[in-house]
Design a protein around this ligand. Structure first.
Ligand SMILES: [Zn+2]
Ligand SMILES: [Zn+2]
Length: 322
């Protein structure tokens, strides 16, 4: 599925083997011709991209630069493969580059964090096995150029600016085109789904801090202040009502915060137990996301002095009060 969203901006929908089913890459026909995100590394994704470009008179050799919004496999998975064909350079935020390089090595740590957050061992093992096996759908990046907050991305006839939006991922970059007031959002803002503040941990020793949701909401405030008339997200449809979407996400999180507080009013709980209250009957992969969501809210509540945490038999239990 390919269509021209705007003059010289093509949206190509690529298949992904996840519940979201597809992700969008954007091909920009201005010099250097640029691809925003690369898709996952499967034959289906590769062929769909190739066909999409060819339908419009381009080819894989038209890709002269690849910008990666963040280091999730559906976004960077086939970047290296594409780059190796005709030498297009890859650009990514340094934090995402580091995460991509170390994901396999950090699975042991992720496992210990999930256990500490109260997830049952069998479920954790299954989640880790899944994450491990998913890595065949992505090539780690070797050579890449770094983009930081506020950097300019130059084209022959326009200049974009990078906006660092940590939260869903620590080095998530959105790309802003000021003249047209367009923002390429990656997974920071999506039309139908509230992006998950995927679990990140500050430090390697307890007490652990989980900044994702707090950072996500701060990044959202940053976008709210900008002059934007169109969002081009990496999943689903484009968004015109930018302020409306942002308000919807804020109130969604407020509502979830209330549900977390309600869950705690029943007594002390691990983040896993809270995740089960929020999302009953989730799959092992979603357990990871559910815990991300729970600890994000708990961390904000803890900082406000509304909840306390104590360790019992290797697990963190949260309760109301200080
Ligand atoms: Zn993502
Ligand atoms: Zn994604």
């Amino acid at each position: 599925m390919i269509h021209e969203v705007l003059d010289k901006i093509y949206k190509i929908e690529l298949p992904i083997p996840f519940p979201l089913k597809t992700m969008n890459v954007y091909f920009i026909d201005d010099s250097p011709r640029t691809l925003v995100d690369a898709g996952i590394k499967t034959e289906a994704s590769f062929e769909t991209l190739k066909k999409g470009l060819e339908t419009n008179g381009y080819g894989l050799n038209s890709i002269e630069r690849i910008l990666i919004t963040h280091g999730h496999i559906d976004h960077y998975g086939q970047a290296k493969r594409l780059s190796s064909l005709f030498g297009a350079p890859i650009y990514v935020h340094p934090k995402e580059y580091g995460r991509i390089r170390s994901i396999i090595h950090s699975l042991g740590f992720i496992k210990s964090i999930l256990l500490r957050n109260g997830a049952p061992e069998a479920l954790v093992n299954e989640a880790i096995r899944y994450m491990e096996s998913a890595q065949i759908m992505a090539d780690p990046l070797d050579e890449a150029f770094f983009l930081n907050d506020g950097d300019s991305i130059l084209f022959k006839s326009m200049a974009w600016k990078t906006i660092l939006c940590p939260g869903h991922s620590p080095g998530m970059l959105c790309f802003y085109w000021p003249e047209k007031k367009i923002l390429f959002t990656g997974d920071h803002l999506l039309k139908e789904i509230t992006p998950n503040p995927v679990l990140t941990v500050n430090g390697s020793k307890p007490p652990f801090r989980y900044p994702s949701l707090k950072e996500y909401l701060t990044s959202l405030e940053k976008i709210e202040k900008m002059d934007i008339s169109l969002l081009l997200p990496a999943h689903g449809e484009e968004v015109y009502d930018v302020k409306g979407l942002i308000q919807k996400i804020f109130s969604h999180h407020k509502e979830r915060m209330d549900r977390v507080l309600f869950s705690l009013s029943q007594g002390e709980r691990t983040p896993f137990e809270i995740a089960m209250d929020l999302f009953p009957g989730v799959s092992p992969f979603e357990v990871f996301l559910g815990i991300s969501e729970a600890v994000g809210h708990l961390e904000i509540l803890r900082e406000k002095g509304k909840v306390r945490v104590r360790e019992k038999e290797g697990k963190d239990y949260y309760g109301l009060g200080v």
